[in-house]
Structure formats: C-alpha cells, structure tokens
Design a protein around this ligand. Structure first.
Ligand SMILES: Nc1ncnc2c1ncn2[C@@H]1O[C@H](COP(=O)(O)OP(=O)(O)O)[C@@H](O)[C@H]1O
Ligand SMILES: [Mg+2]
Length: 290
C-alpha cells in the first residue's frame, strides 16, 4: 500500500470522470501500468477522529481508508494505493465498468454475473464479509455496488463505514448517516429523534440496517430500477412508506427472490433475515453450485 520506488501513478492531463458522489470525485487513471479508478477526497472530509473528538467537533469523520485496508474479498472493492497532497487524498481503486444503478437505468449493458441468483449472492457475500470483519457499511445503495469487467459485483464506498462490536452493533454518537431512501424504519425513527433533540448520545444500531438497504438494492436490481417502497406521488414519500411497511413485493415474480427480499426488508430488525440465511437460500440456484 505504501509508495515504493517502483510505484508509478498517473492521471491523464484531462482525465475521464467516472463518477461523482457526495464526497468524492472519481477519475480514471493508472497505477503500475494497471487501469484504476482514482477517488479524490477533499482534505476536510478525510479527518479520522475518535468518537470523543467527533462529538465535540464539527470536523469530518472519514474512516474510508483504514476500513478498506482491512478488507480483501472478491465482492468488495479493493483499495490498491493511497496518496496525499496538501489539499486532497487520492484512493487508487480497482477499476470497474459501471454501477448497479447504471445497469438498472440501462446505461450499462456489458457483462454481468451469469444469473440473477449469482448477482444477489455476490452482493450478499460481499456485505456478509464486511460485517464478519467487524464493520457496518451504512451507505448500501445501487450506486455503491460496482460491476467489474470480470462479471463480478463489488461493494464500494466506505465513506460512512465504521467499526462494530462482535455482535454487529455500533454507536450513533456521531449521528445517523447514509442515504435516506435506503434507511430502515429503525434508522428513520432515530433520524427523527436526532432532528428533534440534536444528538443521539446513547443510541445504538446494528448491521441489520445494512441488510434492509441491500434488500432495497436487490429489489431495484430485480425490477430494473424500482424501489420497494416507491410512491406514485414521488420519491419524497419513500420514508413514510418505509415507516408504514407499505411495499409492493408482488412485482418480484420469482417466489424465492420475493421471499428473500421480503425477509431482508422486514420492518422488525429482530426478525429481519440474516445474510447467512440469504446466502443459504440462494445457494441451490447458483450457476456454479459448489
Ligand atoms: N472503482 C471504480 N470504478 C469505476 N467507477 C467508480 C469507482 N468508484 C467509484 N466510481 C464511480 O464514482 C461514483 C462515486 O464514487 P463513491 O466511492 O461512491 O463516492 P462518494 O463517497 O462520493 O459517493 C460511484 O457511484 C461510481 O459511479
Ligand atoms: Mg457513493
């Protein structure tokens, strides 16, 4: 990971923009002769502070680098190298062709895993590994699942990730983070509490909120872009439907996929399916069932 004499990095003079999110601008570049994606993050966003410091500071809290460095799994985007200058931090990442969002919109029509079951299983096994490594992702959504040219899906964007206890729980001292339309009902309730009282000092959540978000991604992947809690009045009404448990599962025609997604987006985090259960149910349907 460190810079060595042999390392060669480059960004073309007018680099190709690959994507833009809330925090990073991502360009195409090269590293040791390999095509890579380079995510540039503003200095103010990558300060990694401890929990106590976060509570008393308005500074950024980016654990993206330290968390990604611990992860090594085919379905998790690999951080290859890091560079820093006075204003920015640059993450050199495995290059991917597109996101699941692009696939859903039809703007990506290239190689995909051999079957829908394989795609779902790959996403579940990437997230399950992240949880097993003691991390919660907190921003699972269709734009944060990337498609590699080898037809492999990879969970990406660890900007909101944080460590968990062995049982998968984590503190909300620094607030509820993520993308609202993928929040589980329990996170939405906590976000409301945060909006009313300003702080969630002693509240905790756990990795099952990532499972809920992945259930929403499964749904959008299977329906080419629909949201399970969509509302004819517009996406503004999604959180209200999540809180009411008002979803349209019947749109998923395959009974196995319907029951898996239903289990993942269950309102009660206690009865919500585990990723182990999801993987087990998908296993008989995998192309290479080993
Ligand atoms: N490794 C990659 N290969 C190709 N495109 C990428 C890669 N990483 C990110 N992108 C593109 O850039 C977008 C923003 O990157 P992301 O890591 O999600 O940043 P943010 O934290 O700002 O959301 C992604 O949604 C995707 O379109
Ligand atoms: Mg993102």
């Amino acid at each position: 990971m460190s810079v060595t004499a042999g390392d060669e990095t480059s960004i073309a003079s007018s680099p190709k923009l690959l994507g833009k999110g809330a925090f990073g601008i991502v360009y195409e570049g090269s590293w040791n002769g390999e095509k890579v994606a380079i995510k540039r993050i503003d200095k103010t966003e990558f300060l990694v502070l401890n929990e106590a410091a976060v509570d008393s500071s308005s500074g950024g809290q980016r654990r993206e680098e330290e968390n990604m460095k611990k992860l090594d799994h085919p379905n998790v985007l690999k951080l290859l190298h890091v560079e820093i200058d006075e204003n920015f931090k640059y993450f050199y990442l495995e290059f991917c062709e597109a996101t699941i969002g692009d696939y859903n919109k039809g703007t990506y029509t290239g190689p995909m895993p051999p079957s829908e079951a394989d795609s779902l299983h790959q996403m579940a096994s990437g997230l399950s590994y992240i949880h097993a490594m003691g991390q919660v992702h907190r921003d699972i959504k269709e734009d944060n699942v990337l498609i590699h040219k080898s037809s492999v899906l990879k969970i990406s964007d660890f900007g909101f990730s944080k460590p968990t206890t062995a049982s998968g729980s984590y503190s909300l001292k620094s607030g509820v983070k993520g993308t609202q339309n993928y929040f589980s009902p329990e996170l939405l309730r906590l976000a409301e509490e945060q909006a009313s009282f300003g702080i969630l000092a002693h509240q905790r959540s756990n990795v099952s909120s990532d499972v809920f978000a992945l259930g929403c991604v499964f749904y959008s992947y299977l329906t080419k872009g629909k949201h399970p809690f969509a509302d004819p009045r517009g996406s503004f009404f999604i959180p209200a439907n999540v809180l009411k448990g008002k979803c349209k599962l019947e749109v998923i025609t395959d009974p196995l996929f319907r029951s898996i997604v239903g289990g993942m987006i269950a309102s009660n985090p206690v009865t919500r399916w585990s990723l182990d259960a999801v993987e087990l149910q998908l296993k008989p349907r995998l192309t290479q069932n080993c």
